[in-house]
Design a binder for this molecule. Structure first.
Ligand code: MG
Length: 158
């Protein structure tokens, strides 16, 4: 048995009037994330954790943010592509742990729906997908709702 650990971090700017996607679902919010894709910060962090664990570079290497092909793309498609890449290297996902930093709205009520989406893409049990949500205590750009950030760690198994 071979185990590989990985970590990923992502940040997106927030602006009024844009949709907010986190963990594969749309969250009702007056502010949304700015990005070339659907700007799902949590899925991007998880993509990078998986790619890192398999030593397959990073999300920007595989899905360029200047390629019109990926404009507005659902990040669930990117995560599914990343899963394919790690599978090609012989790995499966043991578990994911993650944290999203967002001042508001509260993400906690949406976490079970996010776990379900991510677990189905990665072909593992929902119990293997941990998502924590925290605010930034109104401190600096995250606390002022100017940006959203996510951290993810994962363990791959062969
Ligand atoms: Mg991103």
């Amino acid at each position: 048995m071979k185990l590989r650990i990985g970590q990923g971090i992502d940040v997106h700017r927030l602006e009024k009037g844009l949709p907010l996607f986190v963990g594969g679902i749309q969250i009702e919010s007056e502010i949304g994330a700015v990005g070339h894709s659907d700007a799902d910060v949590l899925l991007h962090a998880i993509c990078d954790a998986l790619l890192g664990a398999a030593n397959l570079r990073d999300i920007g290497y595989h899905f360029s943010d200047t390629d019109p092909k990926f404009k507005g793309i659902d990040s669930k498609i990117l995560l599914a592509e990343v899963f394919k890449l790690i599978q090609e290297k012989g790995y499966g996902v043991n578990n994911v742990d993650s944290t999203v930093i967002l001042e508001s709205p509260k993400l906690n009520p949406h976490i079970p729906a996010m776990q379900k989406e991510i677990a189905s893409i990665l072909h593992i049990d929902e119990d293997a997908i941990s998502i924590k949500a925290t605010t930034h205590e109104k401190v600096d750009s995250f606390g002022n709702s100017e940006a959203i950030k996510a951290y993810a760690s994962c363990l791959l198994i062969k």
